[in-house]
Design a protein around this ligand. Structure first.
Ligand code: 6PG
Length: 471
């Protein structure tokens, strides 16, 4: 009794793998799940070197844990989190720590944080990235909550996290729901990069008519370059995979993309904060577009564009595609990181962007060599509002502009959808525009609604009785 270091509620894929990871690091770990089969199968999987207990009984589970208790919930976001909390509360005491390790919407975490603080219980929202393998062998973890209480969790989390250059991919990130918020934006970036890769793949295939071996090899080669990242790496592996009949599996997978909501939340909240992230918006929209399959089948025979065949040099095309992809991936990170800056002020998270880019270098789905460049940029200037203003990153995107502009022109000419690529370039071109045509929008608002405007030649608020005013 009261001897176990850590408890996990929910022994599904993530819970069970994290628990085994914790036990691997010589911590005694207890598990709780209402499903006896899951409890049993965890016990069966436990090695003799592991100190593991698992039960279906909440009271027995809590009694196993040493005080102050540290318990992580790995149950589906939403009501199951509230139910799990309710089932534990009768047995918890002041000072105990509850951690929600799911993809929870940050305002739910804020609510639970307040409710549990009133009972003296420390509540953490913690994003965990890396899927099943990450959970078992080293995820990236994004905890937010009470800084002092984090010290109780730190040794365990640092032991189980992925490591990059010996540094664990976990660090306390900020107040309240900071951990869930950072994970939400991580997923928004994940959506953006996945959409960009799929557009590049489509251009290779339907645009440049590259053969499948070349496409597969190109992605595998790119992973040895500045594009090196988990998502590029797995794309190479996916394109290589053969079905049981020896044909490529990718060509048999339906194009109807699913989503669990974190990308949409990123876009929705970005609108609330007035922070532009058009690449991520396009990624969410394209997943929605994919669901209109029956309509798209009808439209394909009605809405016709006959593109001209243009002579292309494959090596040049691949080089431009690479520049276009790297350019737009950097732009996607720029959008997400800039959103985190704004959110940190708005929600008093006190986020440190150097810490976030540091713990994203390993373990998580958006890990990439580029993260070390971003970390360096924030180390040099912690107040950097946007990574595109860092000289090193600015030169990286500047040098690749020809590539993205050529690729977008080609996509337009071919009639191939490339919303995320286009929106990345649009963001870049707008961000580097000292003057935008929004002066005309201000004039229109004043014309029809007397909404007033400001002038560039003098200060104050102005309204004009426009000549020829119609309404
Ligand atoms: C991670 C992932 C993970 C997410 C999946 C599926 O960081 O390990 O982001 O948390 O659940 O990527 O997300 P969608 O179903 O929304 O694509």
């Amino acid at each position: 009794m009261n001897t176990f270091d850590f408890g996990i509620v929910g022994l599904g894929v993530m819970g069970r793998n994290l628990l085994l990871n914790i036990a691997d690091q010589n911590f005694a770990a207890a598990g709780l799940d209402l499903d006896l089969e899951k409890v049993q199968s965890l016990k069966n999987e436990a090695d003799t070197k592991h100190t593991i207990e698992a039960t279906t009984d909440a009271q027995e589970f809590v009694q196993h844990l040493q005080r102050p208790r540290a318990i992580m919930l790995l149950v589906p976001a939403g009501k199951p989190v509230d139910s799990a909390i309710q089932s534990l509360l009768p047995y918890l005491e002041q000072g105990d720590i509850l951690i929600d390790g799911g993809n929870t919407y940050f305002t739910d975490t804020d609510r639970r944080f307040l409710e549990l603080s009133a009972k003296g219980i420390h509540f953490f929202g913690m994003g965990i990235s890396g899927g099943e393998k990450g959970a078992r062998f080293g995820p990236s973890m994004m905890p937010g909550g009470d800084k002092k209480a984090y010290e109780r969790l730190r040794p365990i989390f640092e032991a189980i996290a992925a490591k990059v250059q010996g540094e664990p991919c976990v660090e306390y990130l900020g107040n309240g729901s900071a951990g869930n918020y950072v994970k939400m934006v991580h997923n928004g970036i994940e959506y953006g990069i996945m959409q960009l890769i799929s557009e590049i793949y489509d251009l290779m295939k339907r645009g440049y008519n590259l053969d499948e071996d070349t496409i597969e090899k190109t992605f595998l080669n790119w992973n040895q370059t500045e594009l090196k990242s988990y998502l590029i790496e797995i794309t190479g592996h996916i394109l290589k995979e053969k079905d049981h009949d020896g044909l490529r599996l990718i060509n048999k997978i339906s194009d109807w993309a699913k989503s669990k909501g974190t990308g949409k939340w990123t876009s929705q909240n970005a609108m609330d904060l007035h922070t532009p992230l058009p690449t991520i918006d396009a990624a969410v929209t394209m997943r929605d577009m994919s669901k209109y399959k029956p309509e798209r089948i009808l439209a394909a025979s009605k809405l016709i564009w006959n593109s001209k065949d243009t002579a292309v040099n494959n090596a040049e095309a691949i080089s431009s595609l690479k520049d276009a992809l790297y350019f737009s991936i950097l732009i996607t990170y720029a959008q997400g990181l800039s959103m985190l800056k704004t959110a940190s002020k708005e929600y008093n998270y006190e986020l440190d962007l150097q810490t976030i880019t540091k713990i994203w270098r390993g373990g998580c789905i958006i890990r990439a060599d580029a993260l070390e460049d971003f970390r360096k940029a924030f180390a040099a200037d912690p107040n950097l509002p946007n990574i595109l203003l860092d000289s090193d990153i600015a030169s990286k995107v500047n040098e690749r502009q020809t590539g993205i502009r050529d690729i977008i022109q080609f996509a337009v000419q071919k009639g191939l959808p490339s919303a995320a690529l286009m929106n990345s370039l649009a963001y870049f071109d707008a961000y580097r525009s000292e003057n935008l045509p929004t002066n005309l929008i201000q004039a229109q608002r004043d014309y029809f609604g007397a909404h007033t405007y400001e002038r560039i030649d003098t200060s104050g608020i102005f309204h004009t009785q426009w000549n020829d005013q119609k309404i």
